[in-house]
Write a protein that binds this ligand. Structure first.
Ligand code: SF4
Length: 319
């Protein structure tokens, strides 16, 4: 096992669905079973479906403990395994979920996954320990799946769907299936009708209708307006759908800490381009203080401001 050279704990990230979500990144950048056209973390450099022990589990717990030494836990709405890669590729995911739930029983622990490994019973068992799991499904047919998600060549469409359906049947926690719509890619009437049929077969409790809202791998891609998302949600009935709305600021800085501000800003921006208001809120740093740090980081060439978003200049170091 090599020493990690990427920040494991990042954020909290301003999440439209989860509030202030403390991110945990268990895979070396950028290790994923997909290479999605809309990914906010850049191109997948290690396309893999092999589960591995990329990190010492104790190191992860130690880093999370270190974070909570400086940040009031009551300001964290969720601990979420996500980041620049697919978290289920980490072979000890289950034991880390169990350890964090024992240490922070008041904070929901969940996983954002692309759902590609749910056919593996060990992955389903690991995810079964989480309070919430949000897999994604961006296509209702194989051709579109390969166009949008550009999966590892050994991933089979039928196997992917079968794993998703099995997990939906078995999982007892808070399950939400996310569909991310991209303008002109998966939003035609024909595609929505195919989604409707597929969702009736999968039978998820709830589907979250979402769209891209930040610059990703292909900057020309655009999201859908709210009215169109609402129309899609109505078309998918009787499947229960919820349209993901904008991030709601909490405007509470009671645990504001001067500790490692630049490092925390960069660790967040590597994973997600942000605007200043949501960053100030999620990192619990007053905007005026944050602005000073952002200006300095821009001047030093470590971050940039493009298309209305701050973003990191360099991607995560590769292993
Ligand atoms: S969006 Fe998620 S699943 Fe897709 S390439 Fe990026 S990290 Fe992987």
């Amino acid at each position: 096992m090599k020493k990690n050279n990427w920040p494991i704990v990042f954020g909290p990230v301003p999440s439209r669905r989860l509030g202030r979500s403390l991110g945990i990144d268990l895979t070396p950048p950028k290790t994923c079973s997909f290479d999605c056209i809309y990914c906010e973390c850049g191109k997948t450099t290690r396309l893999s479906i092999k589960r591995e022990l990329f990190l010492d589990p104790d190191k992860v717990i130690w880093e999370v403990d270190g974070f909570f030494n400086h940040y009031d836990p009551s300001l964290v709405d969720a601990i979420t395994f996500s980041g620049a890669g697919e978290p289920t590729l980490y072979s000890e995911l289950g034991s880390i979920i169990a350890a964090l739930k024992a240490r922070h029983p008041e904070i929901p622990v969940g996983v954002l996954t692309n759902g590609s490994l749910l056919w593996d019973s060990t992955v389903r068992a690991d995810l079964g320990l989480a309070d919430f799991v949000i897999p994604s499904l961006d296509a209702p047919n194989e051709e579109l799946f390969r166009t949008i998600n550009r999966p590892h060549k050994e991933l089979k469409w039928d196997q992917y769907l079968d794993g998703l359906r099995r997990f939906i049947e078995e999982y007892r926690g808070d399950f939400r299936l996310e569909i991310l719509f991209v303008k002109g890619v998966n939003d035609s009437d024909k595609v929505i009708s195919e989604f409707r049929n597929l969702l009736q077969w999968l039978n998820p409790k709830i589907v979250e209708i979402n769209t891209i809202s930040r610059p990703g791998t292909k900057p020309h891609l655009q999201g859908l307006p709210q009215e169109q998302l609402l129309k899609i949600a109505r078309t998918l009935a009787p499947v229960r759908c919820r349209v993901v709305s904008g991030y709601k600021s909490k405007n509470k800085y009671i645990s504001y800490s001067e500790s490692r501000i630049d490092e925390r800003i960069i660790a967040l921006l590597i994973r997600r381009p942000c605007v200043i208001e949501e960053m100030a809120d999620s990192l619990a740093i007053p905007s005026d203080v944050l602005k000073v740090h952002l200006n300095k980081l821009v001047k030093d060439g470590k971050i940039c401001f493009q298309h209305g978003f701050y973003r990191a200049v360099s991607p995560l170091p590769t292993s």
